[in-house]
Design a protein around this ligand. Structure first.
Ligand code: BGC
Length: 514
């Protein structure tokens, strides 16, 4: 990136976003850079080679569920174009690629007794070819595409899913764990539960914002813990990898510095991140403030017991500590203030007793407001709340509604957000170890279909070949990775020919030692 451009963009951010000074420095030597996708969003081939149907196939095929009635039937056709995707990753120079397994492609019914060889072959090839290119696979087991048969048997409301998911996880560890050293059980339980079973605008489209969401989350937390224990006991001794969960949250900034708003911000964080993080990374079980609020409101709404289920002491202990790292996805920030109401209809949003808003000076696109310091505050909050965990940022990115290749707004987003990650590490002492740009490609953006784009690479969805073209942001990420951050411009010029000692770092990450 040209110095003039850096200065220009930074100064724009200082004015527009109120961000403080840009930090010229590099990331720790063993910091890792990656980019991510998920199976349903890119693979296509929805009914090819023995793949079973999943809830996103069903949901997107129903009229009116997704913008323009778009579906993931073909998406980026990465089932056929994976080699091209690997080439793009290679061009970016990233250390790792985070992708997810399509459960129904591997196990069409969701159960391990009927595996699909073509699905196994597909992921074996993908993993092997990534490794050949020195790109480390980071594999998510569940990025929202539940096999339809399992949904028909009750989905995440069915307690049996704890064991069914565990069996699927063991199946994946057995097949791929000799080469995959980084596993993520669930991607963003908050989103697939609240949007899919609370609000209904994600698959499977249930609308139970005050009841099912809590029971489904309960099952998901137990399923995650069982998979972690299976890995820990049966596979870690020989495979020596890492397994964790990826949680997501916006940063919730207090609207004012009044004690009420500060408390509301903390409550909001506990209801979003703490819901899943406290049982795993925190003190165990749900956050006290969630238990208190939901019990209180449930009683006022005429329930005999709290809508938030309770873990037994044994379950609480089994879930606690079941993540080798703190996987974090983050996109945006909201301002938060307190309120105190009881809605007649139970709802997660009401249970929180907060009002969220955005600052009118913030620029953004759809649900992503560009508030780079929000990520730094969030990293500090996680560091303070969960005893300085090792944080792996597994998603962060910016959207737009147009197909421009000159995506300067995305470049600015990446530059300012990664710079705040750097500040969190260097100035605040947070232990952040990776950054993942979402996404490698423009792809099927869930309820937005192909309207909303997050890619470093443009994909032409009108063309059957789905050609990929790098955007300006791809070049920015390539340079960022090559520089491992933002070296002082003068220093960078002097050291142009210096080779970075990355090999050692890669070997460490690939072998799974942190
Ligand atoms: C999800 C991705 C999604 C992205 C942008 C995250 O919530 O993990 O699947 O595309 O955000 O909305």
């Amino acid at each position: 990136m040209h110095l003039f451009n850096i200065i220009l963009s930074v100064s724009v951010f200082i004015v527009v976003q109120g961000d403080d000074d840009f930090l010229y420095d590099t990331f720790p030597e063993d910091f890792l850079w990656g980019t991510a996708t998920s199976s349903y969003q890119i693979e296509g081939a929805w009914n090819v080679d023995g793949k079973g149907e999943n809830i996103w196939d069903t949901f997107s095929h129903e009229s009116g569920k997704v913008a323009n009635n778009d579906t993931g039937d073909i998406a980026c056709d990465s089932y056929n174009n994976y080699a091209e995707d690997i080439q793009l990753l290679k061009d970016l120079g990233v250390d790792f690629y985070r992708f997810s397994l399509s459960w129904a492609r591997l196990l069409p019914t969701g159960r391990v007794d009927q595996p699909n060889q073509a699905g196994i072959d597909y992921y074996n090839t993908l993993i092997n070819e990534l490794l050949e290119e020195d790109i480390i696979p980071m594999v998510t087991l569940y990025h929202w595409d539940l096999p339809k048969d399992l949904y028909d048997q009750g989905g995440w409301e069915n307690e049996e899913m704890v064991q069914i998911f565990n069996e699927y996880a063991i199946f994946a560890f057995e097949l791929f764990g000799d080469r995959v050293k980084w596993w993520i059980t669930f991607n963003e339980p908050y989103v697939f539960i609240v949007y899919g079973m609370g609000e209904g605008y994600h698959a499977p489209g249930l609308e139970s914002p005050g009841e099912i969401i809590y029971t489904a989350a309960h099952t998901v937390l137990k399923a995650h813990a069982e998979a972690w224990h299976s890995y820990d006991e049966l596979f870690r001794p020989t495979q020596n990898g890492n397994i964790g969960i990826t949680l997501d949250t916006d940063w919730k900034e207090p609207l004012t510095d009044s004690p009420e708003d500060i408390e509301a911000s903390e409550r909001g964080m506990q209801f979003s991140l703490g819901w899943f993080a406290n049982p795993i990374h925190g003190s165990g079980g749900y956050p006290a403030v969630m238990k208190e609020k939901i019990a209180e409101k449930s009683a006022q709404q005429g329930y005999e017991q709290s809508r938030l289920p309770e873990f037994t002491a044994e379950e609480e202990a089994r879930i606690l500590g079941t993540s080798d790292f703190f996987g974090l996805n983050h996109y945006s920030t909201a301002m938060v203030q307190g309120e105190n109401t009881v809605a007649p209809e139970p709802s997660y949003l009401d249970d929180r007793d907060i009002i969220t808003s955005v600052n009118e000076t913030w620029i953004g696109c759809d649900f992503v407001y560009v508030v780079p310091w929000g990520l730094r505050n969030l990293l500090n909050w996680i560091t303070n709340t969960y005893d300085r965990p090792n944080i792996y940022i597994t998603e962060n990115g910016m959207c737009d509604y147009n197909a421009t290749l000159n995506d300067e707004h995305r470049v600015n987003y990446y530059r300012s957000y990664t710079n705040n990650v750097l500040k969190a590490i260097k100035l605040d002492g947070c232990d952040v170890r990776s950054y993942t740009a979402w996404s490698l490609l423009d792809n099927f953006e869930w309820a937005y279909g192909y309207d909303l784009r997050f890619g470093l690479h443009h994909v032409d969805f009108e063309d059957p070949a789905r050609p990929r073209t790098p955007k300006a942001s791809a070049e920015f990420i390539r340079q960022l990775v090559a520089d491992n951050g933002f070296p002082e411009p003068e220093v960078k010029t002097q050291n142009l020919n210096q080779v970075k000692p990355k090999e050692f770092v890669r070997a460490k990450f690939r072998s799974g030692t942190q």
